[in-house]
Design a protein around this ligand. Structure first.
Ligand code: ATP
Ligand code: MG
Length: 159
């Protein structure tokens, strides 16, 4: 379905407004003017965004900052990123982070809850749209997840 990207991102932030307020975490959304509208499976992309924002909240300390950005990376490619200034991920775990059930060290995972499926599902959904997803992180500094979605869906895309 044809979706206004700025609206979609505002609505993600709204869904987490209670948690964000409780934790005093600020969320900043920046959508470049040329982003516009895109065809996507709204329920599935909401699932991706919800997982990325819930991860950012889980692994960021009170009074942290989450930044969501959207711009056109190439004329036909939408790029969305979710960045936090939280605890980050050790280098040795980065290569496995999109695996099913993979979670960084048991101690932090146990206290946070979750199954370790969110990122692997996010990758499946983004790939089904013909896009890519990547994660950059610096331990103690924060994490940034970036995914792309093609504006012109090709025939293989299953949305
Ligand atoms: P689920 O999403 O199934 O509820 P989960 O959040 O633990 O569980 P993923 O979303 O797949 O699983 O994330 C996998 C692991 O990657 C997390 O357990 C966490 O250790 C690490 N991680 C993910 N996002 C972040 C982030 N923004 N900051 C720090 N660590 C993260
Ligand atoms: Mg998760």
């Amino acid at each position: 379905e044809l979706t206004d990207v700025a609206e979609m991102l505002d609505e993600v932030a709204d869904r987490f407004s209670f948690q964000l307020e409780q934790r005093s975490i600020d969320i900043a959304i920046q959508v470049a003017p040329e982003v516009g509208e895109i065809v996507l499976d709204r329920d599935r992309i909401d699932q991706v965004l919800d997982n990325l924002v819930s991860n950012a909240i889980k692994y960021t300390a009170d009074s942290g900052l989450i930044s969501i950005g959207a711009h056109r990376a190439e004329p036909q490619l939408l790029e969305i990123s979710v960045q936090d200034n939280g605890m980050g991920i050790p280098k040795k775990d980065l290569s496995r982070i999109f695996e099913r059930f993979y979670r960084v060290d048991k101690a932090r995972s146990r206290s946070m809850g979750g199954t370790g499926l969110g990122l692997s599902i996010a990758r499946e959904i983004v790939r089904a749209h013909g896009g890519t997803i990547m994660l950059e992180s610096e331990l103690g500094q924060g994490t940034k997840v970036t995914f792309t979605l093609p504006y012109a869906l090709n025939e293989e895309a299953v949305v």
